[in-house]
Ligand binder design. Structure first.
Ligand code: FAD
Length: 398
């Protein structure tokens, strides 16, 4: 069987690597002209995602580009600690979670897939796709007129997926979650020692929600979520990095915590990212085509699970294709839908908890303190991240 994968992000690259490990042929079409190794946002990969990396044989490669973490510390605007929530239970090797550039994760998966024999085509944007609904062979049409085909077409083309719309023209569009995301890194800051090692420090602030994570090399990774209407193309073009940083530092200066200083002294790597989620997609697959990752279930970043879900999808899908061929597609949907939709819903709840008004803030802080103290939050995180795929999934082909 040959897979034709549209998209070489986390979901597409993991699908390709999984396919090669069980002896399936795979072509990956990625519209970017080069493998992106350092751009964009930082993510924290929870233990359920690390477990899939382990099965794919790339956990050590991930450890080489990631920083270990174990806790989320929740703080009120005035600096009071509202609670501590674990990021999950450790894997056998001791890792709980790894914080890394998302592009570093997809790059290591791409590298391993190519080394294992995947056919990666860069600069190959699928202008349209034929999903094989009428019994035809699935194919993608590229800008140069070429038309690669496969036995199954895998849409791993992200939240704005073209494959999703080809499968179902009435498929839902992503929903703006009401927050714009900014992120960056600050070097040579004493916050790298003042912050607790291995912990994300989340401040539920007056005008924004911020996070800071100390790396062990003296840098601190941070982000700022600002509740506001979406950034328009005109606003983006007219706003310099320095102006965004001034604005963010100003927002964060209303709170006790590291964000204002980190933003003022740091490098902005992600500016004005309008954050979307995608809750329920009615059509996950056709007779010979299927969706994985953000193309079929994008949680808000607050869930901390989007990349881990994409990795789980890839492993489950490839194992079913290997054993059952195209007849495995309904089982893929049946096995995944409930879990991922629950995680998207939880992500939406967390996002809306970030930004109440002044009265709501006092209530919210008390509520968060109660949830953390009672262990409810920890149980929810541990429940999600303790998920492990079947032990025999993706056993290498002999
Ligand atoms: C700010 C932010 C913070 C996040 N934090 C976390 C976190 O802490 N933990 C976590 O697990 N997840 C997190 N996520 C979510 C995670 O990054 C995504 O869920 C994950 O990257 C989805 O991977 P994907 O491969 O499905 O989609 P994408 O990463 O969007 O990849 C899609 C790929 O398809 C390519 N493509 C698109 N269209 C075409 C086409 N027509 N032809 C060819 N190629 C195409 C694109 O170039 C891209 O490479 C975060 C997301 C954001 C935005």
């Amino acid at each position: 069987m040959r897979l034709l994968v549209v998209g070489g992000g986390v979901a597409g690259a993991a699908t390709a690597l999984a396919a090669r490990r069980v002896g399936l042929d795979v072509t990956v079409l990625e519209r970017r002209a080069a493998v992106d190794r350092d751009a964009g946002s930082w993510i924290t990969l929870a233990p359920n995602g690390l477990d899939v990396l382990d099965r794919l044989g790339v956990l050590d490669a991930a450890r080489a580009v990631g920083w270990p973490g174990h806790t989320n510390r929740l703080l009120a605007s005035g600096g009071r600690v509202l609670g501590e929530v674990p990021l999950g239970t450790p894997l056998a090797g001791g890792s709980v979670a790894l914080t890394m550039k998302r592009s570093a994760l997809s790059a290591l998966l791409v590298d391993a897939a190519v080394a294992a024999g995947a056919d990666l085509r860069l600069g190959a944007a699928a202008a349209s796709v034929e999903v094989g609904t009428g019994g035809g062979t699935p194919a993608a049409v590229l800008a140069d007129g070429s038309r690669p085909t496969g036995d199954v077409l895998v849409g791993a083309d992200g939240v704005w997926s073209r494959v999703r719309r080809a499968l179902d023209p009435g498929a839902p569009a992503p929903r703006y979650v009401g927050m714009v995301n900014f992120g960056g890194v600050t070097a040579d800051t004493d916050w790298s020692e003042r912050l607790a090692p291995g912990a994300w420090h989340f401040v539920f602030g007056r005008h924004c929600f911020t996070g800071a994570f100390p790396l062990t090399d003296g840098r601190v990774v941070w982000f700022v979520n600002e509740p506001r209407p979406q950034v328009t193309a005109d606003e983006r073009a007219a706003t310099s990095e320095a102006r965004w940083r001034d604005h963010l530092a100003d927002l964060a200066s209303a709170d006790v915590g590291p964000a204002a200083e980190l933003v003022a002294a740091g490098r902005l790597e992600l500016a004005g990212d309008n954050t979307h989620d995608l809750a329920r997609v009615p059509t996950w697959h056709g007779p010979a085509s299927v969706l994985v990752g953000d193309a079929v279930h994008a949680p808000a970043p607050s869930s901390g699970q989007g990349a881990a879900m994409a990795l789980e999808d890839a492993a489950v899908l490839v194992d079913l294709l290997r054993h059952r061929g195209l007849a495995g597609l309904p089982a893929y949907e049946a096995g995944r839908r409930r879990r991922v939709e629950g995680i998207v819903r939880a992500g939406a709840r967390t996002t809306s908890a970030k930004m109440p008004g002044p009265v709501g803030r006092v209530v919210r802080d008390a509520f968060l303190r109660g949830l953390a103290a009672s262990g409810v939050m920890a149980r929810e995180v541990l429940g999600t991240t303790a998920h492990r795929l079947d032990a025999h999934l993706l056993e290498p082909a002999r």
